[in-house]
Write a protein that binds this ligand. Structure first.
Ligand code: ATP
Ligand code: MG
Length: 404
């Protein structure tokens, strides 16, 4: 049988982009090339409204699998180029459906053809009939039936000007927009369940997401950083090109403990995180901050406390989880495969020196008064000078370097 394979990459939202469509297509093509790096290089074609990736039988499954993790792609199908001959088209269908049918005992199928070469002597319904009846002739005795609405296997055929390709079922993609089309953002990544989901949601809307982690190793050990690094690398699989900034935070936390109202501690920690993240974002041309905050989830996430932390930021603060239930966030974390790492037990630095009753409605005036009592500007500066940057595309050990 023919060893050549052509993957058909479909996108839906980019298709609506009018004059900017080329820009989005180019962005997606770059991300596809990045996702398939390391494989025998395929050939790429961009006919109107989709992308074709030419590869071979041995790599096609792996390519399809990787492409279902690339934002901007609605679905992927693996296709076999064939002669313009109904027997050859049916043969591909039989090779694909036959083994599944034998395994399942009974299957419903249909053929859906499209003819971009209008000079071909048969219409689409005629092609469906010709190919479908040949497949039925061979496989009906084994339990195959035709069902146009609820098919288990949909054989798609494209009769183009230069080639005819027969495709298998659509593998669903992430949808959304290609990473890079919307600019860069900086996510406050904590190692919990929420912030990785928030980062992913922004990547799916076209942002390249970098991360910042506030680390309190003297009090909590290395475990938190190890967890966050693995999360950041996993999230980077969806986009590539990401960085993780790690900021030592113990000095700031000790200063807040020693000089400020205990009830305001968590909000004060968070304001310091935002200040440092904000400076890092500006330094690295990020256009916004992203957090995993969700309304009312914990004491620090009331409307008042959220306002008290974002008031220090000029940049936009994105909270994609703000209206989601924890249950929905967990389901999403499981889908993107961050959940199992997130639930590894390791306390976050916000729990260090936790007061018995944290303020649920911290007052801006009190926070400003608290911040008079410790040299927060110096601490921000010091934190920025000791940031470590991890380049997430690079292999593990060598990637640690100090930012310039
Ligand atoms: P998560 O599951 O993301 O940890 P959470 O519900 O535990 O969220 P909080 O601990 O209140 O919520 O943190 C709220 C947000 O603040 C996090 O989603 C994250 O964006 C940010 N954040 C908290 N701790 C850190 C940290 N150590 N480093 C970076 N960001 C942090
Ligand atoms: Mg947390």
């Amino acid at each position: 049988m023919n060893e050549a394979r052509t993957l058909l990459v479909r996108y839906d939202e980019i298709g609506l982009k009018g004059k900017n469509r080329r820009f989005f297509e180019n962005c997606l093509l770059k991300n596809i090339q990045r996702a398939l790096a390391g494989l025998e290089p395929p050939r790429y074609r961009v006919p109107h409204g989709r992308i074709l990736v030419d590869t071979d039988r041995t790599q096609a499954g792996e390519c399809a699998q990787r492409l279902t993790r690339v934002p901007g792609i609605a679905s992927v199908s693996i296709g076999v180029p064939v002669e313009r001959d109904f027997d050859a088209m049916a043969e591909v269908g039989i090779e694909w459906i036959g083994p599944r049918l034998r395994e399942a005992g009974a299957l419903k199928f249909c053929v859906r053809s499209q003819r971009s070469d209008k000079s071909f002597h048969k219409t689409s319904p005629e092609i469906d009939f010709e190919v479908g009846s040949r497949i039925m002739q061979r496989l009906a005795p084994e339990g195959l039936t035709v069902d146009i609405k609820h098919a288990d296997c949909v054989l798609e055929i494209e009769v183009g000007e230069s080639e005819t390709v027969v495709f298998d079922n659509r593998h669903p993609g992430l949808r959304g927009l290609p990473v890079g089309s919307a600019g860069e953002v900086l996510c406050l990544l904590s190692g919990g369940i929420d912030s990785p989901v928030a980062a992913f949601m922004m990547a799916r809307r076209g942002c390249r997401v970098h991360h910042v982690f506030f680390d309190n190793q003297p009090f909590l050990g290395r475990g938190g950083l190890d967890k966050v690094e693995r999360l950041a690398r996993l999230l980077n699989r969806y986009q590539g090109g990401g960085r993780l900034y790690v900021v030592p935070f113990e000095e700031t936390q000790v200063a807040i403990r020693d000089h400020c109202r205990p009830a305001n501690r968590v909000v004060l920690y968070r304001r310091m995180m935002y200040r440092i993240a904000h400076a890092l974002a500006e330094e690295n041309k990020c256009l916004g901050l992203v957090t995993g905050e969700s309304l009312g989830q914990v004491a620090s996430q009331t409307l008042e406390n959220l306002a008290a932390v974002s008031s220090i930021a000029r940049l936009s603060v994105f909270r994609p989880l703000i209206g989601l239930d924890k249950r929905d966030i967990i389901a999403e974390a499981q889908k993107i495969e961050t959940y199992d790492i997130s639930i590894e037990p390791h306390p976050d630095c916000c729990s260090v020196f936790m007061p018995p009753r944290p303020a649920t409605r911290a007052k801006e005036a009190d926070l400003l008064a608290d911040e008079q009592r410790f040299p927060w500007q110096d601490l921000v500066q010091k934190a920025l000078e000791s940031v470590k940057t991890y380049v997430l595309d690079e292999p593990v050990v060598e990637s640690v370097r100090t930012s310039s």
